[in-house]
Design a protein around this ligand. Structure first.
Ligand code: F6P
Length: 372
């Protein structure tokens, strides 16, 4: 099968995540070592769909020297976007309103024009769903799972998550100093979309007193109760970690102003939680939003290695003749799962997973009054 491949393309889509450059390096080297050519598409698929925006070229040839010394760098050397889904591309009409069009045929034409035999698409559920769609439309596609949110199905890990948790933990550790010195409540808002993985892992690792996650709608009176009990025991400070997608019982998630072509933007729940806790407990409460800090910086060794392994495994998949699969980590082995079983799905925190049980045993509040 490997003879049928002469040129592959790499694309990074969605939010950047530490470890993307590791995938690009390993996939490029593994392909070049097989005698294949490698093209990198700029900014998701934008470099192919809107080449006029790139005077230097919307696609770039990648060789050994282009991927040298990039593994420790955050971000992606190819650029990325989470706007401009080719299957629902935003277009402004003459009256100023916006509509969406399917640019799949045009994109497939561009793949042909560049003699691209196969695509390795590196992204989260949005990019993998697009990859699944392109594969059904006739392109040969291998997916690589990326996200700091850890919310993809069929893989035990995605790169970026470990780095995000590590940095969130460092920040929360630092916030303990101020919280203890001033006897304050500090609310730390972390990313994660509609899954609470980052909040749960960083919160438990740092000894947070309450963790609010999307999987458990909260009642803030339960968190206030935890803060008051701590006060009675002489602990005058509390740390509350809130996932950006957390919501109160019967309420809805906090959203930022919408942007054309962008999926919903979560944010603002931390401030609301702090205000209400201050009112309920009479204690000074402050908010820190970690936001995009969680996506930047040097990937941890775990994320680098996982990215390298995913990149090499994607090329091995093409060599073995596979199509329409995502590389996945399972029991520390590289496995391949159909893209269709990942597309349009999100993996949330199972409420009976061991980290949750540990948190419950340690009496960390989830705002549901159930912790001991
Ligand atoms: O999926 C990664 C992520 O960082 C989410 O945690 C967050 O909700 C979203 O991307 C933010 O996207 P943007 O950078 O486009 O605001």
């Amino acid at each position: 099968m490997s003879q049928s491949i002469r040129r592959i393309a790499l694309s990074t889509g969605g939010g950047d995540a530490p470890g993307l450059n590791a995938v690009i390096r390993a996939a490029t080297l593994a392909a070049v070592n097989r005698g294949w050519e490698v093209l990198g598409i700029r900014d998701g698929f934008n470099g192919l769909m809107n080449p006029e925006e790139y005077p230097q070229g919307g696609v770039v040839r990648l060789g050994r020297e282009d991927v040298r010394g990039i593994v420790h760098l955050g971000g992606t050397i190819l650029g990325t976007t989470n706007k401009g889904n080719p299957t629902a591309y935003p277009v402004q009409q003459l009256d100023g309103s916006w509509t969406e069009i399917d640019r799949t045929p045009e994109l497939l034409g561009m793949f042909r024009a560049h003699s691209i035999d196969a695509l390795i698409t590196i992204g989260g559920d949005g990019s993998l769903t697009i990859g699944d769609h392109l594969q059904r439309a006739g392109m040969r596609v291998i997916g690589v799972p990326k996200t700091i949110d850890n919310d993809l199905e069929r893989t035990e890990a995605t790169f970026g998550f470990d780095t995000a948790v590590e940095f969130a933990s460092e920040c929360i550790d630092r916030l303990f100093s101020t919280a203890t010195s001033h006897g304050r409540v500090i609310v730390v808002e972390v990313m994660g979309r509609h899954a609470g993985w980052i909040a749960l892992h960083a919160g438990v690792a740092c000894g947070a007193h309450a963790i609010l996650i999307p999987e458990i709608p909260y009642v803030l009176e339960h968190v206030a109760e935890t803060i008051r009990e701590r006060e009675e025991r002489g602990a005058k400070f509390s740390i509350v970690v809130v996932a950006e997608g957390a919501a109160p019982v019967g309420g809805s998630v906090s959203l930022l102003a919408p942007e054309i072509g962008h999926a919903e933007r979560l944010g603002g729940v931390g401030e609301k939680v702090a205000e209400q806790l201050q009112r309920l407990t009479g204690k000074e409460a402050r908010t820190v939003v970690l936001g995009h800090l969680l996506r930047g910086g040097t990937p941890t060794a775990f994320d680098r290695l996982l990215g390298l392994r995913f990149g090499a495994a994607a090329v091995r998949a093409l060599e073995a003749g596979m199509d329409g699969v995502m590389v996945a980590l399972n029991a520390d082995d590289m496995t391949y799962v159909p893209l269709s079983t990942v597309s349009k799905r999100q993996r949330t925190v199972p409420l009976d997973c061991d980290t949750m049980l540990t948190a419950r045993d340690m009496a960390i509040s989830f705002g549901d009054g159930l912790s001991r």
